[in-house]
Design a binder for this molecule. Structure first.
Ligand code: PEP
Ligand code: MG
Length: 746
């Protein structure tokens, strides 16, 4: 063992002793600063900890004026200490006063110390404070001293996590105990109160010290071997056909076999850390790098390394799987990201979901929406801040999360939830009555669905039928292409559950954001404008035909409604429709029973289709406006892009005028028209669509009550007059005028 290794082992050994002795938090910190100063033969050692997100406080010192403890404070980025905290990188200088940002703090009795070494106290991306040593010598600290200080800082971070410095004279606030409010984006509306269930619980390193370096090295070696084998097994497994997944695993393999990674961890063990602490030290360093790397590709690779470190920690500690973790009451799932299959495995028991990443159109979001579970996405820091069992409030309406909320916040939130429940009760009372507006007409309200699990909502919501059944979920949640038999059985069960109500099956709408795990991903510059939906179906007739056969067989003689998504020109519809008719012929010849009646419709999701020849409108049995896509193409604003997706109002007069045009085209040929995008489920939007002439709307089941409630109280002629006045007056959107009017109506 080298001299430096034995030096830091000795320091860690003494630190371990100091921490093992019973003491209050402040006393412990005081002892530690004394001990470090002694061992490093340096006159000053100080510990600064975060008081709040932006303020560092001197919490213990050896060598500076003890009076300044808990008085001297600085902001993030202020002075050298603040710079270390902000950059999460050490500063080591032999001439501190000449360093950018140096600030003399006379209250600390600080003489001018030339040498300054500050290292961040951080744990897995969470900044906790700064550890500083200073001396009068005008040369920087040696590399070994820097290393020893970093190791001590890491142990301090671990002990902080374990609450070692909390107590009388509170040196610091306990981590993970104070209330935090985090802002994300709306993934699925709704509100929930519950307790955190971490998808991948964090591993707590309970002993950062190596009692016996040799045995720790063996433990690390064995765990790394197991890790390599598991990565190899995943790579050779039969369902590894997805290129992205393969790329990730290849990156895992590269890291798992990286000699540098293992060597650095071994060196940490030789310097006195336990195997798990060594893994975590490397992981913390990787996270700190992750924050600084602007290149998204490199960031992803660092994410991979982070995941791999978690796996290694789980192997070493046996912690981290859900075994042994009790499912809390009213669980709110917290994850960095999650696949649709994993989410479905948790099922409807979840009260809410919070994701650190994710996007509105991600598969997880689609499933959360199908299960009607409030979802907040892009919620930064949630996986670092939340612990299993923490109380949490999910405000899916605003995309806000309150972790460990104060009682006053929780009470206000509960009031809001109670109001929402009251409203639900009011909606339940009108479940069986039609959505007849004042002086007529009646608007047909259907629901959107995508899973078997959605079907019970048909009865509870009062929907007349299913206006859009998104069939891709059956494809998305599987690891391989489902068979025709499986699909036919699913479609049949859907029709059973609908008990004679109409269900419109939309053929596979994949591509763009919806990528099948077993489909070769397309590298397209603009996936939303690329090879998707009916374009894939027409170019790859095999899957489309298989699905159409499954629909015909699943109908078992009952009426069948099929809708083709994303039709941009007449010919696409003509060819797809012909295919369905051909399949009907073929099935008949094979002796299968045919549906009693077949309706074939198209989704109008591209502006071009609104200008299709009259023959298209004569041929289609019905048309449904896919407003989510139609709006993104009408305004040229990506529905997935947080920066622009809310930029244009659905009630913009141009869009409403366009919808009026579509209504007019459909009325010319008396073809039934509906609107099935998300906007149909927003009461004010739904009211305007009805005023523009839509007589059928399809929406999430939870929206049927609120939409019906408003429609039944509104006079469409008055609303239309208001819209026409706003248009004539040059308004950009009719929303302000409409909201004023609604307010007047009470
Ligand atoms: C739409 O585009 O409005 C629609 C209903 O389809 P999806 O959201 O599945 O693309
Ligand atoms: Mg669409």
């Amino acid at each position: 063992m080298s001299e430096t290794q034995s030096g830091s082992r000795k320091l860690l050994g003494r630190l371990k002793q100091a921490l093992a002795e019973p003491a209050e938090g402040q006393e412990r910190l005081d002892r530690i600063t004394r001990l470090i100063a002694e061992e490093m033969a340096t006159p000053v050692c100080s510990i600064y900890l975060f008081r709040d997100e932006d303020t560092l406080e001197l919490c213990a010192t050896e060598g500076l004026n003890p009076e300044s403890v808990h008085k001297t404070r600085m902001r993030m980025g202020e002075g050298l200490v603040g710079r270390v905290a902000a950059s999460t990188k050490p500063i080591n200088t032999g001439n501190a006063p000449s360093e950018a940002g140096f600030r003399f703090m006379p209250e600390t009795g600080e003489e001018i110390y030339s040498a300054f070494l500050g290292v961040p106290i951080q744990r897995l991306g969470e900044r906790l404070g700064v550890l500083v040593v200073q001396s009068k010598e005008s040369k920087p600290y040696s590399e070994d001293q820097v290393y020893a200080t970093e190791v001590v800082a890491m142990v301090l971070a671990e002990m902080t996590e374990l609450g070692a410095f909390i107590g009388e004279g509170a040196a610091m606030a306990a981590p993970h105990q104070h209330p935090v409010m985090l802002r994300g984006s709306v993934g699925q509306e709704g509100a929930a109160e519950g307790r955190v269930l971490l998808h991948e619980p964090r591993v707590v390193v309970t002993n950062p010290f190596a009692d016996d370096a040799e045995s720790e090295l063996v433990r690390l070696g064995e765990a790394v071997d197991k890790l390599r084998i598991s990565v190899d097994e995943m790579l050779t497994s039969a369902d590894m056909t997805d290129k992205d997944q393969r790329d990730v695993l290849e990156a895992y393999r590269m890291f798992a076999n990286s000699k540098g990674w293992k060597r650095r961890m071994e060196a940490d063990i030789n310097r006195g850390l336990s195997a798990e602490a060594a893994v975590e030290k490397e992981q913390t360093a990787a996270r700190a790098r992750m924050e600084q790397v602007p290149d998204p590709y490199l960031r992803e690779r660092l994410h991979d390394l982070d995941d791999l470190s978690n796996r290694l920690l789980r192997l070493l500690t046996g912690q981290g799987s859900h075994t042994g973790v009790e499912m809390p009451e009213n669980p709110v799932l917290v994850a960095r990201n999650i696949g649709p299959g994993e989410l479905l495995a948790y099922g409807r028991g979840l009260k809410g979901i919070i994701l650190e990443e994710g996007s509105v159109g991600s598969h997880a979001a689609i499933v959360a929406r199908a299960l009607a579970i409030p979802l907040v996405i892009n919620c930064e820091r949630i996986t670092t801040e939340a612990l299993n069992g923490d109380p949490v409030l999910v405000d899916g309406e605003q995309g806000i999360v309150h972790l460990r909320p104060e009682e006053s916040v929780a009470t206000a939130f509960r009031d809001k939830m109670a109001m929402m429940t009251k409203a639900q009760e009011r909606y339940a009372s009108i479940r069986r009555v039609p959505a007849t507006t004042v002086y007529g007409p009646t608007i047909r309200l259907d629901m959107n669905a995508g899973l078997m699990a959605d079907l019970p909502s048909l009865k509870s919501s009062g929907a007349e039928g299913v206006g859009l059944f998104r069939t891709e979920l059956q494809f998305l949640v599987r690891s391989k292409l489902p068979s025709r038999g499986d699909l036919a059985a699913t479609y049949s069960r859907v029709l059973d559950a609908a008990e004679g109500r109409r269900v419109i099956f939309r053929t596979l709408d994949i591509g763009s954001d919806k990528v099948l795990p077993y489909m070769k991903p397309q590298d397209e510059p603009n996936p939303a404008l690329g090879w998707r939906a009916i374009r894939v179906g027409l170019d790859k007739p095999g899957v489309m035909r298989m699905q159409l056969q499954a629909m015909i067989r699943g109908a078992k003689g009952r009426p069948l409604s099929v809708m083709f998504p994303f039709v941009a020109q007449f010919d696409e519809f003509r060819v797809a429709r012909r295919r369905l008719l051909d399949e009907l012929d073929r099935e008949e010849k094979m002796g299968h029973v045919l549906p009693e009646k077949v309706e074939i419709g198209a989704m109008l999701e591209t502006p071009s289709l609104a200008f299709a020849p009259r023959q298209f409108f004569e041929m289609a049995d019905f048309i449904s406006v896919g407003g989510n896509d139609l709006k993104q193409f009408f305004f040229a604003a990506d529905r997935e892009n947080e920066r622009v997706r809310r930029r244009y109002d659905t009630l913009n007069v141009s869009f409403l005028t366009f919808l009026e045009w579509i209504v007019m085209r459909c009325n010319e040929t008396k073809i039934p028209l509906s609107f099935c995008g998300e906007d149909a489920g927003r009461p004010v939007e739904a009211l305007c669509f009805a005023a523009m002439g839509f007589r059928a709307l399809s929406m999430r089941p939870a929206s049927i009550g609120p939409v019906k409630h408003l429609l039944r109280r509104s006079n469409l002629a008055e609303v239309r007059e208001l819209i026409d006045d706003a248009r004539a007056g040059g308004a950009q959107t009719v929303r302000p005028a409409l909201m004023d009017w609604l307010r007047q109506q009470g």
